[in-house]
Every structure is written in structure tokens, then in C-alpha cells.
Design a protein around this ligand. Structure first.
Ligand code: HEM
Length: 309
């Protein structure tokens, strides 16, 4: 039971922190090219970031409670203030959760209080990056020594940030495509240009994920376990994750090379509705796949990797 709460807390934090970093970043590099239509089609740029910050902070609270129960072996001690303070202040896990909670609570207050602006999105993205990178200290990323340990930690941080750019952009695109449904051509044109703005970034993100994923894999599997890794629980969950990643990759390619050009052509035509619906469906499926990757990763981080067996 506690293990399930640990996985759930990781999932809520990953989803919140990825959006808190990737969505304001998307507002900075994709929306401006999309012009004023995007602002109208996406009236609630702030609401998405407020929800992401809130989710991250709540996930941190749940993670601390679950970890305290796990370490003391009793659910009841999750509410024991001394045990909670001990886990929060005397463990590396606690330090990373506190950093994440602080970054997300500051973002929550600033974004809720201030009007949307380029400067606000820069601050929110920076706080989101901090929240996301902090995971490297609470999972398998930080248990290395010396130069190799530092390389592994940096690879894990790049992996987390690349994941945040993709999933955060997806969250913003879903809000944009749902908002564009009822709106006029300007909003649909804005959606098309925002998609174009993301496509260049998308290829870099995929390359970074594959490269740093291989580095993570190398350290957590190791040459001695390469042939047996797949027969471990960790190996099986990683394979499932890579299968979902392949699905996301094919949907991203479909969006970029088929559905986005079709939306552009339909703008010249009379009725962009069918092109918009096809794109909306594909983005929703890709987002659901992205969430499934986070479910698998939340579980993966609680399993012993082959190199530790
Ligand atoms: C949509 C694509 C992907 C997303 C969203 C994603 C996300 C993540 C996240 C959030 C973590 C946890 C990092 C941490 O907490 O320290 C992670 C770990 C990892 N990822 Fe990925 N990843 C993706 C693609 C890949 C690919 C393509 C590979 C392999 C080539 C890969 C291999 C790994 C490995 C080995 C780990 C470490 C697992 C552990 O800590 O036990 N990932 N990934």
C-alpha cells in the first residue's frame, strides 16, 4: 500500500514539475511566433501554470508523508512531526523534496499574483527547471561517485529537463487545440504556428532523451547485466516505457509531417474543422502516452536496477 502512494506521489510531482518547466518555456519560444491570435485562443496561460505548481507542491507533501511511513515501517508515523522533520532535514531525499516544494510554491504565488508577461514566464520556467532537476537527487541519479557519478547526475538532469520540454509543450498545445475549437481562423493559424515553433525544438529533445537515456541505462544496467537486465522487474518496466516512447515518437512525426501541414492547407480552404479534429485527437493520444511514460518512470525509480542486484 505505501509503495503505491510513493509511486503516486512521484507521478504527481513529475507531471506538475514537467508542466511547470515546459509550458512557460513553450510560451516563450512558440507562442510569440504565433502572434496575438494565440493569446486570444489561450486566454488562460496562467491557469495551466498555477495548476502545475499546485500539483507539484501537493505531490511533495504526499511524497514526504509516504517516505516517512516507508522509512519507519508504519503508516501512523507519517503524521509524527518529529519523524517528518527528520526525513525532511536529515536525508538527501528530504532535501530534494524541500527544494522542489519551495520552487513550486514560489512559482504558484508569483504566477497567481502577477499578470502574464515574458519576464514572468522566464521566472516560472527557471523555477520549474529547479523543481524538475531536483529529482536527480531523490532517485537513482545521485548514487554515483567521482567523475562518473557527476556525469551520471548531469545526464539524469538533462534527461529530466528534456522530458519536461516535451511534456510541458504537449500540455500547452492541448490547451491551445481545445481553445481553438470554437475560435475563428486567427486562433487556428496561431495553433499552426505554435506547432511549427515546437517542431524544431522537438527533434533536439528526442536526441537528448535518447542519448541521456542510454547513459542512464549504461550506469543502471552495466555491461555485466546487459543480457539479463530484461528478465528483471526494472528491465521489463523500462522496455514498456521505451515501447510507449516509440508510440509518442510516431505520433509526434504524424503531427509534424502530416497533420500540421494539413491544418495549414485547410486554412486556405473553407473548413479547417476536420484537420483540427485530427490534430486534437493525435495530441490528446500523445499526451496520454506521455502520462503513461511518467507512470512507468514513477514505478521504475522504486525498483532496484540490475547493477544493484
Ligand atoms: C518521452 C520520452 C521520455 C520521457 C518523458 C522520460 C522521462 C524520464 C524520467 C522523468 C526519468 C526519471 C529520472 C529521475 O527521476 O531521476 C527517466 C529515467 C530514465 N529514463 Fe527516461 N524518458 C524518456 C525517454 C527515455 C529513453 C528514450 C530512454 C532510453 C534510451 C530512457 C531511459 C531512462 C532510464 C534508463 C532512466 C533511469 C531509470 C531509473 O532511475 O531507474 N528514457 N526518464
Amino acid at each position: 500500500m505505501i509503495e503505491l502512494v510513493v509511486v503516486l506521489a512521484r507521478l504527481v510531482q513529475y507531471a506538475g514539475a514537467a508542466t511547470l518547466f515546459g509550458a512557460p518555456l513553450f510560451y516563450l519560444y512558440a507562442l510569440p511566433a504565433a502572434g496575438p491570435g494565440a493569446a486570444r485562443a489561450m486566454p488562460d496561460t496562467r491557469r495551466l501554470i498555477v495548476v502545475a505548481a499546485l500539483l507539484t507542491a501537493m505531490g511533495c507533501g504526499l511524497a514526504l508523508l509516504a517516505q516517512t511511513a516507508m522509512m519507519s515501517g508504519a503508516l501512523a508515523s507519517a503524521l509524527d512531526p518529529r519523524a517528518l522533520v527528520m526525513v525532511a532535514t536529515d536525508t538527501q531525499f528530504g532535501a530534494s523534496v524541500l527544494a522542489r516544494a519551495a520552487a513550486s510554491l514560489i512559482a504558484l504565488v508569483l504566477v497567481a499574483a502577477l499578470p502574464p508577461s515574458t519576464k514572468l514566464w522566464r521566472i516560472a520556467a527557471a523555477l520549474g527547471a529547479l523543481a524538475l532537476a531536483s529529482f536527480a537527487w531523490s532517485g537513482h541519479g545521485a548514487d554515483g561517485e567521482g567523475a562518473a557519478g557527476l556525469f551520471k547526475l548531469l545526464a539524469d538532469i538533462v534527461h529530466l529537463l528534456a522530458a519536461g520540454i516535451w511534456l510541458g509543450a504537449l500540455a500547452a498545445l492541448v490547451v491551445l487545440v481545445l481553445g481553438a475549437r470554437q475560435a475563428e481562423a486567427a486562433a487556428i493559424r496561431a495553433l499552426h504556428q505554435a506547432l511549427e515553433g515546437f517542431s524544431g525544438v522537438g527533434s533536439l529533445v528526442v536526441a537528448a532523451l535518447v542519448l541521456t537515456g542510454l547513459v542512464n541505462g549504461w550506469f543502471l544496467v552495466g555491461p555485466d547485466h546487459a543480457l539479463t537486465a530484461i528478465s528483471t522487474a526494472w528491465g521489463a518496466v523500462l522496455v514498456a516505457k521505451l515501447a510507449v516512447f516509440a508510440l509518442m515518437l510516431s505520433l509526434a512525426a504524424l503531427n509534424r509531417f502530416v497533420l500540421t501541414p494539413r491544418l495549414e492547407r485547410s486554412l486556405a480552404g473553407l473548413d479547417p474543422t476536420s484537420a483540427l479534429l485530427a490534430l486534437r485527437r493525435s495530441l490528446l493520444v500523445e499526451s496520454a502516452a506521455g502520462l503513461s511514460v511518467l507512470v512507468l518512470v514513477s514505478w521504475l525509480g522504486t525498483l532496484a536496477p540490475p547493477a544493484a542486484l
